[in-house]
Design a protein around this ligand. Structure first.
Ligand code: GDP
Ligand code: MG
Length: 679
């Protein structure tokens, strides 16, 4: 019954059937091939091999039944047979039969097949069983997220077989465009990338996906080890492998194999949350992680709990960090006086004491709260809570028509907006990416924290943590609002599906946390020593010139520049040249807002704090903090926006809209507050 179809291939399409034991593979195999099959043994091993053939629209299809396995490690003969066959390049595609009533377990194999780069069709078998248990699966979402066709089947009643064959034919020629990758976390990803690089050019693994080989090497897979050992570069590769594995172990307390399994199950948990709804039955046994998730990701409690934990972070940061600032201040005051006395030349003494030590010191005194906030955020991340927060926000943002994955760059933005904007690369869709790039600078980065701590410490005696928290929330709220506006007016389109990975909760290791805190905190110190250092010198020069004027007076260049712009800020409650100059130079780096006050007033309670108390009120101070948060991102962020959008127009737009928004918000705060009698 050969017909001449245009799509007909001369050769048979070769299909491998893979799945867990008891998923219905044999039943499906018989549906597909009828009685026309032969049984033998896989070459070299005693595992049974079954093969059959069918013809669809003139196209021959050869079906090979693989041994049923739960995983594709190389531990058992069955697993090795299945894996080697998939990697051999012989099959055009793999049909993965999964038991739809038992998705968690079955999808583990699926993720491994995808990671291997297999060309996959998913048969959701036993869909009848799933329905009986009130498990509803969103097939379209599942197919969308995994980028594979999904076909519901009931193998025992020969249902869905035809659809499965058609799906198989339709993808037989498909080339894997972008290999599927699970995010193994920040402790492992850089190492995996390093290893992947070391593996380029290794002949024995030329046909295998490099990332997969790197992951398998880290897992200690003997088969892959064996292959890599054939390479002349083996020594170097294994050495790198051991370093990366040791790093992962010291950071997470888990060996790579356990960590990867954790993350795969995390991915599956997220996938199931996105695509499956089930009526809960009382006999369901819940793991501890599930129990915590019930509360933490609860539809009603999720967001309040998220806000509460963020509030706890700021309360912790401020109440513990503020008292410590005093000690660091004293140190810099002492250093400034001592250094000033060393130089007989008055100008040089002023440059060192006022300019460098005053300016850089004013920023560095915030080391305690900066390190504390990083410690707290690391705690939330490493325990697994941040993933839940992102999950909750994903759900929330999805409802608003925004891409949930946007929230990950936004969280990164709490540290620094620059890497956050680069993290937007994880968004595949150009529209979602542009929107996220444009709103990310509204996240309160660590450089803004010194401004808040300085002003809150000087103007508010109660609720300090709450006030800082309110600025962070304002940033998030504005980001979401602007996101909705941009989506509505600038970047219309569908929201693409996506899975949030939910790793199990874990007690973080102290060492891992300290290292993360240090890495992030060190970046802050390094900035103080480089960019802030140069900018405060610039400010000092502007405060000193022209010769003969009083240092940092209204008559200095600094005063003139600030005074020229100051009227713009008058309606916001801070129309002084000092505030204007701070905001202008703050464009170079937001810490400079604080650094400039350090240059002109010196450091410490009686210097800086008293000086700013003279011309700010609590209300105008809050308006100033709002302005500092929102108005134009710093130059490093602007440069990153330009690089990532590759467009001066959008970069200009990002600057213009944030300046306008910042001015408007500060205006509303100040004038609104005055109307309410707060000024
Ligand atoms: P294998 O171990 O993967 O080869 O699975 P089998 O084909 O031997 O099936 C295992 C068991 O599941 C058998 O008892 C089948 O009758 C049953 N089974 C297979 N497919 C389905 C299905 O779609 N629905 C239901 N209810 N049972 C099925
Ligand atoms: Mg069987």
């Amino acid at each position: 019954m050969q017909t001449t179809s245009a799509a007909r291939k001369l050769q048979d399409i070769v299909v491998g059937l893979a799945g867990n034991p008891n998923s219905g593979k044999t039943s499906m195999f018989n549906n597909l091939t009828g009685a026309r099959h032969q049984v033998g043994n896989w070459p070299g091993v005693t595992v049974e091999k079954k093969e059959g053939r069918l013809v669809q629209d003139g196209q021959g299809i050869r079906v090979v039944d693989l041994p049923g396995t739960y995983s594709l490690g190389a531990y058992s003969e069955d697993e090795a047979v299945a894996r080697n066959y998939i990697l051999s390049g012989e099959p055009d595609l793999i049909i993965n039969i999964i038991d739809a009533s038992n998705l968690e377990r079955n999808l583990y194999l699926t993720t491994q097949l995808l990671e291997m780069g297999a060309n996959l069709v998913l048969a959701l078998n036993m869909i009848d069983e799933a329905e009986k248990r009130h498990i509803k699966i969103d097939l379209k979402a599942l197919a969308g997220i995994l980028s594979v066709p999904v076909v519901p089947t009931v193998a025992v009643r020969n249902k869905g077989t035809q659809e499965l064959v058609l799906a198989a034919v339709s993808v037989a020629d498909r080339k894997q465009s972008r290999p599927f990758a699970i995010d193994y976390g920040k402790e492992a990803e850089p190492g995996i990338a390093r290893l992947e690089k070391a593996l380029t050019g290794v002949e024995a693994i030329r046909h295998l996906p490099a990332r997969w080989v790197a992951v398998k090497l880290l897992e200690g897979d003997e088969h892959i080890y064996g292959r890599v050992m054939q390479s002349p570069k083996a020594g170097d590769i294994i050495k790198k492998r051991d370093e990366v594995a040791a790093h992962i172990e010291s950071m997470t307390g888990l060996d790579p194999e356990s960590l990867f399994a954790d993350r795969r199950y995390g991915f599956i948990a997220g996938l199931i949350k996105e695509t499956v709804t089930r009526k809960s039955t009382t006999e369901e046994r819940l793991s501890i992680s599930d129990r915590i998730d019930r509360v933490v990701t609860n539809r009603f409690l999720g967001i309040p709990i998220f806000f509460l934990s963020m509030f706890a972070v700021f309360q912790f940061t401020f109440s513990l960090g503020d008292p410590l600032i005093g000690y660091v201040e004293e140190f810099f005051e002492w250093l400034g006086e001592g250094a000033g006395a060393l130089f007989s030349n008055e100008l040089v003494a002023s440059l060192v004491a006022d300019g460098i030590i005053g300016g850089v010191g004013a920023v560095l005194v915030f080391i305690p709260p900066i390190f504390l906030i990083f410690f707290a955020i690391t705690l939330l991340e490493d325990s697994g809570y941040m993933a839940r927060a992102a999950y909750i926000m994903d759900r929330f943002m999805h409802r608003l028509g925004l891409h949930g994955k946007s929230f990950i760059p936004l969280i990164v933005g709490f540290g620094c907006n620059v890497p956050a904007i680069m993290a937007c690369r994880t968004l595949e869709n150009k529209r979602d990416r542009m929107i996220t790039i444009l709103i990310t600078p509204l996240m309160s980065c660590a450089a803004r924290l010194p401004i808040y701590v300085l002003f809150v410490g000087a103007f508010f005696t109660a609720y300090q943590g709450l006030i800082i928290f309110s600025l962070y929330i304002l940033g998030i709220a504005l980001a979401i609002m602007m996101g909705i506006l941009f989506k509505r007016f600038l970047f219309k389109g569908e929201v693409s599906p996506f899975v949030m990975e939910l790793p199990p909760y874990r007690v973080p290791t102290l060492k891992g946390m300290l290292i993360h805190m240090w890495e992030r905190g060190w970046a802050f110190i390094k900035r103080a020593g480089t960019i802030i250092f140069s900018v405060v010198i610039l400010i000092w020069v502007f405060a000193t010139l022209p010769t003969g004027v009083e240092f940092a007076s209204r008559e200095s260049y600094l005063g003139a520049i600030g005074g020229f712009v100051a009227p713009v800020f008058a309606p916001l409650g801070f129309g002084t040249w000092e505030a204007a100059a701070a905001l202008i130079f703050g464009l170079l780096a937001k810490e400079v807002v604080v650094g400039m006050f350090g240059v002109i007033y010196g450091i410490g309670e009686d210097g800086l704090t008293v000086a700013i108390q003279a011309y700010w009120t609590p209300l105008s101070a809050y308006a100033f903090m709002v302005m500092s948060l929102i108005y134009i991102p710093c130059v490093a962020t602007i440069a990153t926006i330009k690089r990532e959008t590759n467009s001066w127009r959008w970069t200009g737009f990002a600057m213009a809209y944030s300046l306008l928004l910042g001015w408007t918000m500060a205006f509303l705060v100040y004038q609104g507050g005055r109307l309410l009698g707060l000024g």
